[in-house]
Design a protein. Structure first.
Length: 818
């Protein structure tokens, strides 16, 4: 008997290439192929619908689609949390479209209606196209958003039975004028919430309040819809879905869709000779490394998408890649197949190169013989639809081989089935990363994904701890539905829609007992009027205008272009201090602007579009007073708390760092007022005896705690799915409120955003990762990849990397599972 051969390496990466870069590769994960698991169409699915799916080439659904569809059809709220491109839309289409088709025989053609919500207009439009193309008799599907013309709106309200929209429209328009939607709402059978992992932080809290308002108004018309949610894979999808809707939700996580084998490479740029702040070594920039990789892959005829965080970064990567390829193409360029320097080409047989599609007719032959450097492009938000389609098509058919893009491509744009994806810097959440990786791999073909670390402690941790990426996710979709700052304006909006009553705050009430106190405060302050039959909104303004779903309110600063006077956007005051101060390099939709002046009195920042060769980083100093403790745990002698905190902070200056190298080229002071913030924090204290045990001298306690704090802020996104900029912190050798060495990490929003709370709940995983991130950086005394922070107001001093590891070791020694 012959022994079975070992599975083939994905063709995109020959072993020689891996050897060549061994010094940068921290880990290679071979993710095996997964066979599909099919199920039968449930009997109750409308025959017309089955026909339509068959025509689309779907002969049988996957198991997870049927599992979710069955639950929803039986009246249970369900969240499908499976991989990218696993066909989550079929899961909700089965019950939702069946009910619509069955209801179509009603007198008005609307025996049942469906409301579909997506976080972006673009995604709602994609879904609309896809639903329409099913050509179902009796389905009247419409996308309804801010751009929908008035006459169309009234038709939709009276006739559509499947409406696709977003939470903003629900909040500003549908709910406040629910009377004109009454016939739609009366028959509401299903609410579909797509990409529900996008609802996190303060935005998540807002959307959860909007959904509670929706449930209340649906009930007014006698409807009790079933919620079907679709999520990226995350920790505890059912818990997040329950928080979002306030309803019990069952999770379906067993993915039955097929997947080709993939190779995932975790890549860390090397340290260079350059010197940064406080003598720290500087890593080679993520953009330079990404350009090298992209050029390598293009030479190998590998169709590759590189995701870069900013448009400027994407354009830099594309330009650098073209420059590298110019050397490869050389003067004697003679078409594809050239083996660039540094490759021996052995064993390489790039997918998509020998493929029949390339020999087929119907392509412009010469395009494939263009110099390689012409087969690389940058793609960004703001392209016209036809430019977008042309680029997508060229990438699909192989005329383009390498595209550097901002995350604009992440949602709702049609590029799949590439050979490789490079992610330049951790994109913030696991969901985004998986979504990016999902672009590679065609019909069971092998694919390659490379994650290139930025100089950030979370990136350092991830590339050296692959378990965090490939085993059970620890990152949850986090928000706090009870934040009084968020809930208050929604209670006012709810009262304007229909008076609030005691029932809303009872055990079965949509708002729950915790928010009753907020209603009483609002009544006292004169926002609501109490009458025998409830609380009423009696003011003239529109209550729904008081909540801004995508911001935190409180006097937004307008950013205005100096030449045109055009308002580019608005930004909260707090964010303006650090991102739109005078002299800031402000990035708007990928374009860079120089902020000429931030005028706080007029609430305006003037900006000029400019191609800057540097980025700016605000420096902030802060002081934190600790308030009421909400929850507490003891790890032997270490106390961990979650509670209220009063943070006062001041942006005192900013650094300029050269792009792409990241070297510091200057620092300027700023004169901005101190701001105070009532928020929530997680903190821990380390008694003297433990510090002695850790052999940390009194003089070094400050540096140890400071380094631990920076890294802890950097690593909280690992468990809380937040951005490093959503949180802040403070550390001190002796805090007046605890009388001990204390490390504090707080939410950056009034009333908190749920991030600090999540850190408290999973403190052990979080602090263990913090410790390991510091230890796994090979620098000697601290650098931006471990303990230095770009926003430190103390110039990253003092920082004691080695003592921070010892400090976290003694803290973790007392943890429950230690
Ligand atoms: Zn380091
Ligand atoms: Zn600091």
């Amino acid at each position: 008997m012959q022994s079975s051969p070992s599975p083939p390496e994905p063709a995109a990466i020959p072993p020689a290439w891996l050897q060549l870069h061994a010094d940068r590769i921290r880990h290679i994960e071979h993710v095996p192929a997964r066979a599909q698991q099919l199920a039968d169409w449930p009997e109750w699915v409308h025959p017309t619908l089955v026909q339509a799916f068959l025509q689309r080439g779907i002969s049988r659904p996957y198991t997870h689609q049927v599992q979710a569809a069955e639950l929803a059809h039986a009246g249970q709220h369900v969240v499908v949390a499976t991989g990218t491109a696993s066909g989550k839309s079929l899961a909700y289409s089965m019950p939702a479209l069946t009910s619509v088709l069955e209801g179509a025989s009603a007198a008005n053609g609307r025996g049942a209606t469906v409301l579909y919500l997506s976080p972006t207009k673009a995604l709602a439009h994609d879904q609309w196209q896809s639903m329409r193309s099913l050509n179902l008799d009796g389905l009247r599907v419409s996308a309804y958003d801010g751009d929908t013309p008035d006459d169309e709106r009234s038709w939709i309200r009276s006739h559509a039975n499947f409406v696709l929209t977003n939470p903003d429209l629900l909040h500003h328009s549908l709910l406040p004028s629910h009377q004109v939607w009454s016939s739609f709402l009366r028959h509401l059978h299903y609410v579909v919430i797509d990409e529900c992992h996008a609802y996190r932080g303060v935005f998540g809290a807002h959307v959860s309040a909007v959904l509670r308002r929706l449930r209340r108004i649906a009930a007014l018309y006698g409807a009790n819809p079933v919620f079907i949610l679709a999520s990226a894979t995350a920790a505890d999808p059912a818990v997040s879905a329950e928080r979002l809707t306030g309803l019990p939700v069952t999770a379906v996580t067993d993915d039955g869709s097929p997947r080709g084998p993939s190779t995932v490479v975790l890549w860390e740029p090397p340290l260079t000779e350059l010197v940064g702040e406080a003598g720290a070594p500087v890593r080679r920039s993520v953009l330079s490394e990404t350009a090298d990789l992209l050029a390598d892959l293009v030479v190998r005829q590998t169709r590759t998408l590189a995701f870069v965080r900013s448009r400027r970064g994407a354009e830099t990567v594309a330009a650098m890649t073209r420059e590298l390829l110019r050397e490869v193409d050389g003067p004697g360029f003679d078409g594809p197949g050239f083996d660039g320097p540094g490759f021996d080409g052995t064993g390489f047989d790039g997918p998509g190169f020998d493929g029949p599609s390339f020999n087929g007719t119907g392509f412009e032959g010469p395009s494939f013989n263009r110099p390689l450097l012409d087969r690389v492009a940058a793609y960004r938000a703001g392209f016209l639809p036809e430019e977008r389609r042309a680029l997508e098509e060229q990438l699909r058919d192989g005329r383009l081989l390498g595209v550097a893009t901002t995350s604009a491509l992440e949602l709702g744009i049609d590029v799949h089935g590439l050979d490789a994806v490079i992610t330049a810097g951790w994109p913030g959440t696991r969901a985004s990363w998986l979504q990016q990786m999902g672009r590679a791999g065609r019909q069971g073909e092998p694919s390659l994904a490379v994650l290139v670390a930025r100089d950030d402690p979370l990136d350092t941790y991830l590339v050296s701890h692959p378990g965090a990426l490939f085993s059970t996710p620890v990152e949850a979709t986090v928000f706090d539905p009870a934040n009084p700052h968020v809930v208050a304006p929604h209670l006012l909006a709810a009262a304007a829609e229909l008076q609030l009553t005691d029932a809303d705050f009872g055990t079965d009430g949509v708002f729950g007992s915790a928010t009753r106190g907020v209603v009483e405060q609002l009544t006292e302050a004169g926002w609501l009027r109490r009458r025998p039959n409830g609380w009423f909104w009696t003011r003239n303004e529109r209550a729904s205008d008081l909540a801004d779903l995508r911001g935190i309110g409180g006097g937004p600063i307008r950013i205005v272009e100096d030449v045109t006077g055009r308002v580019l956007g608005t930004i909260d005051v707090g964010a303006a201090h650090s991102a739109a101060h005078t002299g800031a390099a402000y990035v708007h939709q990928g374009d860079t602007y120089l902020i000429l002046e931030l005028n706080l009195e007029e609430s305006v920042a003037t900006a000029r579009r400019e191609s800057l060769t540097y980025s700016t980083h605000a420096r902030e100093i802060s002081d934190t007073r600790l308030g009421t403790v909400i929850a507490h745990q003891s790890w032997r002698d270490v106390d961990l708390m979650f509670g209220e905190a009063e943070v006062s902070s001041q942006v005192v200056g900013f650094l300029r760092r050269r792009i792409p190298q990241g070297t510091v080229i200057g620092e300027s002071p700023l004169d901005l007022p101190t701001r105070t913030l009532s928020t929530r924090a997680v903190w821990f204290t380390i008694p003297k005896a433990l510090l002695e045990l850790a052999e940390i001298d009194e003089a070094d306690v400050g540096g140890a705690a400071h380094a631990a704090e920076h890294a802890a802020i950097g690593l909280l996104p690992l468990v809380a799915g937040c951005d490093r900029w959503d949180i802040g912190g403070l550390s001190t050798a002796l805090h007046p409120d605890t009388g001990m060495a204390t490390v504090i990490v707080h939410d950056g929003y009034p009333g908190g955003a749920g991030f600090a709370e999540r850190g408290f709940e999973v403190a052990q995983s979080w602090l263990r990762a913090t410790r390991d991130a510091i230890a796994s950086c090979e620098c000697r005394a601290g650098c931006p990849s471990c303990v230095q922070s770009p926003k430190c107001g103390n110039g990253n001093e003092p920082l004691d990397k080695a003592a921070a590891i010892r400090l976290l070791d003694v803290v973790l020694a007392g943890a429950p599972d230690a």
